[in-house]
Design a protein around this ligand. Structure first.
Ligand code: HEM
Length: 141
């Protein structure tokens, strides 16, 4: 990713961090609106699940300059998602819910440039996860 994109993602995520629980709740509400069948995939406490998701995004956002160091953890996360029954198509739905949540959380600060930078981050994470998921279970992914 381009340094300017990294700066946009990091600055915009700083705005979301103080309201991370609310953002996570918005995210899951939107996700289940987009695809109600996904609700059955999540068995645990959704506040806790939201915190794990936000912590993972925070780690990725903080480490964007040294993305190579993050790749093993993101690949392992992808392989675990195969075990959760997640398929490649689900990543597009999650990406759409994430962008929608950021738009709600940031309002007018969610400019086209900020949006574009987040599309780059999400694509990077999702593609790395999908690739690892395929490698872990080629038939299931
Ligand atoms: C960039 C994309 C994603 C990130 C960063 C992410 C992050 C996480 C994290 C950190 C966890 C906690 C458990 C663990 O570390 O293994 C988790 C669990 C989970 N994620 Fe994701 N995830 C992503 C995409 C998806 C997608 C596309 C789906 C599809 C619906 C999904 C469904 C789940 C489910 C079902 C669990 C387990 C819930 C449970 O045990 O009840 N995730 N995710």
């Amino acid at each position: 990713m381009h340094p300017a994109e990294i700066a946009l993602v990091q600055a915009s995520f700083r705005q979301v961090v103080p309201r991370a629980d609310q953002a996570a709740a918005l995210f899951y509400a939107r996700l289940f609106e987009l695809d109600p069948s996904l609700r059955a995939f999540f068995r645990g406490d959704m506040t806790e699940q939201g915190r794990k998701l936000m912590a993972m995004i925070a780690a990725a956002v903080a480490g964007l300059e040294k993305i190579d160091a993050l790749v093993p953890a993101v690949r392992a996360l992808g392989a675990r998602h195969g075990g959760y029954g997640v398929t490649e198509d689900h990543y597009a739905t999650v990406g759409a819910a994430l962008l929608w949540t950021l738009e709600k959380a940031l309002g007018p600060e969610f400019t086209p440039a900020v949006r574009g930078a987040w599309v780059s981050v999400y694509s990077l994470l999702a593609n790395t996860m999908i690739e690892a998921q395929r490698a872990a279970a080629p038939a299931a992914a």
